[in-house]
Design a protein around this ligand. Structure first.
Ligand code: ZN
Length: 362
């Protein structure tokens, strides 16, 4: 005991000295990423880092934490660029922590592929040493509160408190141990999700573009490109010409993408612009990476089909809510197996189509 005390005192003194020397620097840099955000009470890894090529990974959530969007990791010679910052500070924090097992290089660049909540609501964990890059429109939308106050966010996250209540009720009634464990883990995930999304302070990009921005990081060329309106009015893709890889945000997802803020037929043209790039691999905003470029054609066909039908319903005077129930996209089911019935959920895409057809969207 007595032999340990001087060592303890020495340690305290040393910490004090370190605080004295480094305190003001730490306070100046003050990276919020150093503080563990709410909603990170989880055990199993939150991320799988799928290696695409040397220094490029497609990060996909495991489900132990709700992250909602994928991330793309691109290593440069000195630092790392990450595409998208997920649904909450917790998701982004987990990514940053777990990335340390993949590379010792620090994250210096974050790209928001677009302004939606599930791609930009982790921005706040990054300190002033990190530039957050996005389209000028994405910055404006986030500043105007549109990432937080949106029908998309309400649809995908608004039901979480009710889900928690339901899980609590089921947990109280359950008698089987195995079921109890399953419900408890679902409850933990949703409680983390609620705590983390409640902690969101929408934080806009610090560096914006309207056309292109290219980073040269050692031998790595990273092009950030606006190729036209589509999923929103300000989607950017991140393109690696040498590696023939493109991270698309939600312009392309592995499945059908949300259309509530879309420019539906311009989206077809923007996909055409992506097809003109020399690419071999697509890293989508949701779902698995893919090399089957026919998926780009399939998405264009879906958008055209949707738009053609929306025009017919609109012309016939069908209310948009009814049109959303009647629109029949099953002709695309061969390429989108999740389509099993008539109608679309959420119905936001049809409301958007009517807004456009009414001339209410510029
Ligand atoms: Zn989106």
């Amino acid at each position: 005991m007595t032999r340990q005390r001087p060592l303890l005192l020495l340690t305290i003194a040393a910490c004090g000295l370190i605080a004295l020397f480094f305190g003001p620097v730490a306070a100046r840099q003050g990276s919020p990423a150093d503080t563990r955000p709410p909603g990170t009470n989880y055990k199993a890894p939150a991320w799988t880092f799928n290696k695409i090529t040397d220094g490029v990974y497609h990060a996909v959530g495991t489900g132990s934490l709700v992250v909602m969007s994928n991330a793309t990791i691109i290593e440069g010679d000195r630092d790392v660029l990450v595409v998208d910052s997920q649904v909450s500070p917790a998701g982004a924090w987990a990514l940053r922590e777990e990335l340390k097992a993949i590379t010792p290089k620090p994250i210096r660049w974050v790209v928001n592929s677009h302004y939606h909540f599930d791609h930009a609501h982790g921005n706040q964990i990054y300190g002033p040493e990190v530039e957050i890059i996005g389209h000028e429109f994405a910055r404006q939308q986030i500043l105007a509160g549109k990432s937080q106050d949106s029908p998309a966010r309400e649809f995908y996250v608004g039901g979480v408190p009710a889900q928690i209540t339901e899980l609590e009720t089921r947990l109280a009634a359950v008698t089987n141990d195995k079921t109890r464990t399953t419900i408890q883990s679902q409850l933990d995930i949703q409680r983390n999700h609620l705590a983390s999304t409640n902690a969101v302070k929408p934080t806009p990009p610090t560096m914006t573009l309207t056309e292109t921005l290219t980073l040269h990081r050692g031998g790595r060329e990273i092009r950030i490109l606006f190729l036209g309106r589509g999923h929103t009015a300000g989607d950017v893709v991140v393109y690696l010409p040498k590696e023939r890889i493109v991270a698309t945000g939600d312009l392309m997802v592995n499945g059908t993408s949300y259309m509530g803020d879309a420019f539906i037929m311009e989206w077809v043209d923007t996909i055409a612009a992506i097809k003109k790039l020399d690419i071999g691999t697509v890293l989508p905003g949701h779902g698995a990476a893919f090399t089957d470029l026919a998926k780009l054609d399939h998405w264009q066909a879906y958008l055209r089909d949707f738009w053609t039908q929306a025009q017919k319903f609109h012309k016939a005077g069908t209310p948009w809510e009814e049109a959303a129930k009647q629109v029949d996209l099953r002709g695309n089911a061969v390429n989108f197996p999740a389509i099993r019935t008539v109608g679309i959920t959420p119905n936001h895409g049809m409301r958007r189509a009517y807004e456009m057809l009414d001339g209410r969207v510029k």
